[in-house]
Design a protein around this ligand. Structure first.
Ligand code: ADP
Length: 557
């Protein structure tokens, strides 16, 4: 491409990002993104160098979700870009916005087998709301504005912009740059009034209504509206794992601790920014009643009735629609005292069992006991990140959330390894927040090297590795306490020490609280490594959280 005096693609890209309010960037440096990264730093964007592109995409989406600003990741060409695809997929499945920028081979050498030339746009497309190559520097303002719009308007999701090397370096005269307005904030559409009326009638007829609150409601910041509806009409609610905190977990109408009963017995379910995918068991028996009526609120029209027929499909912004529903139903719908009492009895029964588990005597801690001590040390105001299998599942039950978008976990793809990059993205989005990232010992390994990133940027994340010897287990065989003595554990605390962060190693219950206190007092990140009884059981479940064929068994599980 001919070099003209003027502005080059890299600088124009940075200018457009700045116009859209971008202040932070997650990247791995390298060709052909060098000029872009230099311009970004020059323009005052905080550039966080991450150790792996998967973690870049994950940190950027956590940043988006927690801040409700657009998180941006920048990767270089070929394998660097394909490394980011799992992160793109998690954002896509979670319906979280994000902008991924990928450097790529020169347009002028496409198809010739250029260095690191791979079909990047095609690879990103299945997991992006928009995947496109920027073809000319002068159109960059349009590409950026359109990317931000498509990532945040309607159902949110990731967008991939491919940046050929020669588009980044070529210059265009300012007069030829196609100026384009900054993308406005997302619209908040209301639902069809006739359908809202139909939903209100169904709610008035229902004896056992239930609101299912999902992470769409968290993204939409629909807490005030959700709370007003459940309180005014006296409707119990169950949050999804990341719907926790939209209405505070300690709300008396929260039926999460009676989840199985609530789902099974409800005669009307209001899906509020949640889907009937595996997370809510497809809305089918035996988890739900055969003839449960469904009111579905979603911003995405194609989601309505996708998995099961609905009484009323309310397409719109969940906060706006919950207000519409409250206005239409209020006065007509009274508290269902018997239903609320039935759920409260079950909740109390479960709470007693969990308290007993948390107090179980034994040389080693179990996860319930570990979380109880974490809660006592950290208090209720933490951004909770959970990664792993049992570590994540028990976190959902044990770690409270008082506000939306303060819990992040494996999410819709069930992706292990999200913990460390999500914690990094969340901490950068919320510098003053206490971020607690609890992981199983397997989960900690995937993006483990990025613990070093937390140390390098002095991010005060409290990492907890709950080590029950998962990496030592063999399919089909139980791991006994003898197989997993203190000397058998992989010592994640030593990894943190080697990186220069604060590290603690805990083998028994009385050691944990002082270790947590020291870790919380440390400047910068800390890692508390906790040995967990490999034989410890979860609370008896009427239904497994996930039912599917081909499960891997480890004897004692
Ligand atoms: P969870 O896993 O928490 O149950 P899901 O990710 O399955 O939640 O569902 C979130 C749903 O929320 C998606 O179908 C998405 O389209 C929807 N959504 C996202 N933003 C909004 C919004 N502002 N208003 C209504 N629905 C929304």
């Amino acid at each position: 491409m001919v070099q003209l005096a003027g502005i080059n693609g890299a600088r124009l890209l940075v200018r457009s990002l700045r116009e859209h309010g971008v202040e932070s960037l997650f990247s791995v440096p390298g060709d052909p993104m060098g000029p872009f990264l230099e311009e970004a730093v020059e323009a005052g964007i905080d550039n966080y160098t991450i150790r792996h592109e998967q973690a870049i995409a994950m940190a950027a989406q956590a940043y988006s979700y927690v801040s409700r600003d657009i998180g941006v990741g920048a990767v270089t060409s070929g394998p660097a870009m394909t490394n980011a695809i799992t992160g793109l997929a998690t954002a896509w499945a979670n319906c979280w916005p994000m902008l991924l920028l990928g450097g790529s081979s020169e347009l002028g050498k496409r198809g010739l087998g250029d260095f690191q030339e791979l079909p990047q746009v095609e690879s990103a497309a299945p997991y992006s709301r928009w995947a496109v190559a920027v073809d000319e520097p002068r159109r960059i303002p349009w590409f950026v504005s359109e990317a931000v719009k498509r990532a945040t308007h309607g159902r949110p999701g990731p967008v991939y912009l491919d940046l050929p090397a020669d588009v980044l370096t070529a210059s265009v005269p300012e007069s030829e740059v196609e100026q384009h307005p900054v993308a406005p904030g997302p619209p908040r559409p209301a639902a069809d009034a006739a359908l809202v009326e139909r939903a209100a009638r169904a709610l008035a007829e229902s004896e056992r209504p239930l609101v299912l609150i999902g992470k769409g409601a968290a993204w939409a910041d629909a807490g005030t509206e959700a709370r007003a509806l459940v309180e005014e009409c006296g409707i119990p609610f169950v949050p999804s794992p990341m719907g926790k905190g939209v209405v505070p977990d300690d709300h008396p109408l929260n039926a999460a601790a009676a989840r199985s009963l609530a789902l099974r017995r409800a005669d009307l379910v209001i899906l509020a920014g949640a889907r009937f995918n595996w997370t809510f068991h497809f809305g089918r028996p035996p988890r739900f009643s055969e003839d449960v009526r469904v009111v579905q609120i979603d911003i995405e029209p194609s989601e309505i009735g996708l998995v099961r027929p609905v009484e009323a499909g309310l397409v719109g912004d969940v906060g706006v629609v919950l207000s519409q529903l409250r206005e239409a139903a209020g006065g007509r719908v009274g508290r269902r005292e018997e239903w609320i009492a039935e759920l409260a009895r079950e909740r109390d029964r479960n709470a007693t069992q969990i308290a007993q588990l948390a107090e179980a005597p034994g040389a080693r801690l179990n996860l319930y006991g570990m979380y109880r001590q974490i809660n006592e040390a950290v208090g209720p105001d933490a951004v909770v990140v959970a990664d792993g299998e049992a570590t994540m599942a028990i976190s959902r039950v044990m770690q409270p959330n008082a506000r939306p978008r303060e819990r992040l976990d494996a999410g819709t793809t069930g992706c292990m390894g999200v913990g460390i990059p999500y914690a990094i993205g969340a901490q950068i989005a919320r510098p003053g927040a206490r971020v607690v990232c609890a992981m199983g010992d397997f989960a900690a390994g995937w993006n483990g090297m990025d613990i070093e990133t937390a140390v390098r940027y002095e991010l005060p994340i409290l990492f907890v590795v709950a080590n029950n010897g998962s990496v030592r287990r063999r399919p089909g065989r139980a791991l006994s306490a003898e197989d997993f003595g203190p000397d058998d554990a992989v010592r994640y605390d030593r990894v943190m020490s080697a990186f220069g962060g604060h590290a603690e190693h805990v083998e028994s219950a009385p050691e944990l609280r002082p270790a947590l206190e020291r870790a919380l007092a440390a400047q910068g990140p800390a890692l508390v490594h906790v040995l967990i009884d490999p034989q410890a059981r979860r609370k008896e479940q009427a239904f497994g959280w996930l039912r599917r064929e081909g499960r891997t068994r480890y004897g004692a599980d």
